[in-house]
Design a binder for this molecule. Structure first.
Ligand code: FES
Length: 756
């Protein structure tokens, strides 16, 4: 411990042990610490505290100076939830040796394989309260009925342990006991003897559970992760010694995996739902564009970091901001404060899921960076994907509560919300998002659906109405969105949604029979019948309707489909709009009857009656405050683009349903891609896509069209300059060079670093 405190005296009372610390604006205290005492000295507890982003990060990265051998606890209760032999209390070289035993099981591509198991866990939890909202407003405690049980069940699933439905009552009882202890652990209040004793007993119980489990596997191995730990060796020396004890490295490892995995994920998940209740505008964005879910997860992790603080001990004297911390000083690092540092994050106290990508410290940094980050991200994402459509526009049913005292964790105990059948949401001005946040998504909304109706709406065009197979609401969408239609017997294709965006009970698609296409539309026209099952994936929106007082819509042929909901939205918003709709013949132009009520706002131009579309009239002179939206065949898009060159930047929005013609790649040779998160460096030869090379290496990436038109494979670029060859990104987005469609785009130089 520190012998001498040389930090200036401060009146800031930072006491994370106070029962009301986390309920009484801890972030205001952090702000004062960052501004007035960036190296804070706690006379009461005898440790320093760092709160600025750069300082916390630098200390976390300098493991030689800021060492971990004294563990993470900073309270005076000596509960030692994490025993001395655990990986969190280790320095190198031993830390890395022990971590190497478990690290392979937590690589992103291994975690991605858990997707189905995690989703099954979440679906079961959600199913138990789904019906409560069907007949009016129902209530669910998101903390106790989702955020806590989800990571608990996932831990058991990951370790190959019994599920809550195990037929053996003894196994179920052991499992229930462990869950009970987990909550008792949270009830510790230093200085409150009874509760501390309860927590101490719970700690001992959890430790003994894992010691018994490890001993069982030593005696009789199984095909599970626990047995793999037991059989592991480090440089030829068995990882597990003669006897598993509280101090054993392996029991410490299990405690870290369990406590870290369950508690942190419960905190993250609870905060996500709490923040989305407090910020309905952000929730509406997410409901409109589920591709923002990974960004929302990162933003919740930044804003209200579950592991608010951790601790180190200095191995040498350190002077920072004029304060000298002697060798042996105990130093508390507060990522919860660093992640709200205005020096790093503009408007840091705002929950903003469209915030530009920036590194946060929610998962730690350096040698003790969170091992389970990919799993926590996966669980939080799936929780949102599965629960948000059911909760709809939910509201807090009362103030959320914390556990009585959690000096280092920000975790909700109760988060009651009311919810009902998805309500009509106010129109949200669409924002053109690019997911530049870490994208660990390996799947997205996918619903089993049935064809509820199929009608011919023009020569060669059918309108399909799809409903979720179980009658549940489908994910929300905004005008311009499309879904993947996954067919059993034909390639997956993307089709624009053309029904009512406020109607969550069904999706409507308009599909032109394309005799020269890949076969999907022929399958729909010729074979798909009412009642048949299909799957729909998405929705996604690469063609969002940006708020404007005036719109000019131009549709060619089946390009009318995304425009239909757009004109409904423009009409509802009271915007001044016109539609120029061209086609070969009147009989082949779909949805004319639905457009008729709009009168002369709609100009119908069948080519056999009126000749080629007159574009010079509407586009010849740039119109003030007018946005142009165009969808149709490539010649129409090219002609519109050519005529809009004199219009203001950003006025023209186009959507292609076939790839934009591309010239030769900028680079004819192979190039290198570095996958930052996976730690892989791969070579992409001239005749292969980045996507195929990445997938071959076992790294999960979402993809769909494989031709650069759907936006599914969008990947954040951390370094290097892409050769953009997609048909999705706007010119401005291309120039930013911070993301790319890896199914078609390539590299201009010899190296790209991707956030994969
Ligand atoms: Fe569709 Fe890449 S998979 S843009």
């Amino acid at each position: 411990m520190a012998q001498t405190a040389t930090a200036p005296a401060t009146e800031i009372d930072y006491n994370p042990f106070a029962p009301d610390f986390y309920t009484s604006d801890p972030f205001g205290t952090y702000r004062r610490m960052r501004d007035e005492a960036p190296v804070y000295w706690s006379e009461r507890w005898g440790w320093y505290a760092l709160t600025r982003f750069d300082d916390v990060r630098a200390a976390a990265l300098d493991a030689d100076t800021f060492r971990s051998f004294e563990g993470m606890d900073i309270d005076d209760s000596r509960l030692e939830q994490v025993p001395p032999g655990s990986i969190g209390s280790m320095d190198n070289p031993r830390h890395d040796q022990v971590r190497s035993v478990v690290q392979p099981y937590f690589l992103p591509r291994r975690i991605a394989q858990l997707e189905d198991g995690v989703r099954a866990v979440v679906r079961e939890l959600v199913a138990s309260w789904r019906d409560r909202g069907a007949l009016g407003r129902g209530t669910v405690d998101v903390a106790q009925e989702l955020a806590w049980p989800m990571p608990f069940d996932v831990f058991f699933h990951l370790m190959g342990l019994p599920s809550r439905h195990d037929p053996d009552p003894l196994e179920r009882a052991r499992r229930d006991q462990l869950e009970h202890w987990t909550h008792e652990l949270k009830d510790r209040v230093p200085g409150t003897p009874h509760l501390t004793e309860v927590a101490r007993a719970a700690t001992a119980g959890v430790q003994q559970f894992f010691i018994d489990l490890l001993d069982e596997r030593r005696r009789c191995g199984r095909d599970d992760l626990v047995t793999e730990f037991v059989n592991a060796d480090i440089d030829g020396v068995p990882f597990v010694g003669e006897r598993v004890t509280t101090e054993s490295e392996v029991s410490g490892l299990m405690m870290i995996l369990f406590l870290g995995g369950v508690e942190s994920t419960a905190g993250l998940t609870g905060t996500l739902f709490e923040q989305l209740a407090e910020n309905p505008d952000q929730r509406a964005l997410l409901q409109a564009d589920p591709s923002l879910i990974p960004a929302a997860v990162e933003e919740a992790m930044r804003l209200t970091t579950p592991l608010q603080l951790t601790a180190r001990t200095t191995s040498r004297e350190v002077t920072l901001h004029g304060v000298t911390m002697p060798a042996g000083s105990r130093v508390v690092l507060i990522p919860g404060a660093a992640n709200r540092d205005e020096r790093q994050f503009p408007d840091p106290d705002t929950f903003d899921i469209t915030r530009p990508r920036g590194r946060h410290l929610g998962f730690g940094e350096g040698v003790h960076g969170c091992l389970g980050a990919p799993l926590a991200r996966l669980e939080a994402r799936i929780a949102l994907e599965e629960a948000l459509p059911v909760l709809g526009d939910y509201e807090l049913a009362g103030p959320p509560t914390f556990y009585p005292s959690s000096p280092n964790m920000y975790v909700w105990r109760n988060l009651p919300v009311t919810f009902g059948a998805p309500a009509r949401r106010p129109h949200v001005e669409a924002v053109h998002h690019r997911t530049t946040t870490v994208t660990l998504a390996t799947s997205e909304f996918e619903a089993e659906a049935r064809v509820a109706a199929k009608e011919e709406v023009a020569d060669g065009v059918v309108a399909l109405t799809l409903r979720e197979a179980g009658g549940r609401p489908l994910p929300a969408w905004e005008p311009g969105a499309h879904v993947d239609l996954v067919l059993d017997g034909a390639p997956t294709r993307q089709y624009s949604l053309c029904g009512g965006a406020a109607d969550h009970s069904e999706y409507r698609l308009g599909i032109l029979r394309d005799a020269d296409g890949r076969g999907s539309s022929r399958f729909v026209h010729d074979r798909l019948a009412v009642g048949d099952p299909v799957r729909v994936r998405g929705p996604r929106n690469n063609f969002p309707l940006v708020g404007s007082p005036r719109y000019l819509f131009i549709a060619g042929g089946i390009g009318i489909t995304p425009v239909l909901p757009m004109i409904r939205a423009a009409e509802a918003a009271g915007a001044d709009w016109r539609l120029v709709y061209g086609g070969r013949q009147r009989a082949s132009m779909a949805f004319l009857d639905e457009l008729a009520p709009y009168g002369d706002r709609v100009s119908v131009r069948p080519q056999d009656e009126t000749g080629l579309l007159d574009l010079d009239g509407p586009l010849g002179t740039p119109q003030p405050d007018t946005l142009v939206y165009c969808c149709g065949p490539e010649p129409l898009l090219a002609a519109v683009e050519q005529r809009c060159t004199g219009w203001p930047r950003g006025a023209l929005h186009v959507e292609r349903f076939a790839p934009r013609p591309q010239g030769e790649p900028a680079r004819a040779e192979a190039f290198e891609v570095v996958l930052q998160q996976s730690g892989l460096t791969l070579t992409v030869p001239p005749d292969r896509s980045i996507l195929s090379v990445v997938e071959e290496a076992g790294v999960g990436v979402l993809s769909s069209c494989a031709e650069g038109t759907c936006g599914t494979c969008e990947t954040a670029v951390l370094d290097g300059v892409p050769d953009h060859r997609d048909s999705v990104l706007s010119d401005e987005e291309r120039q930013a060079d911070d993301c790319m469609m890896i199914c078609v785009s390539r590299a201009r130089g010899d190296r790209l670093v991707l956030d994969l």
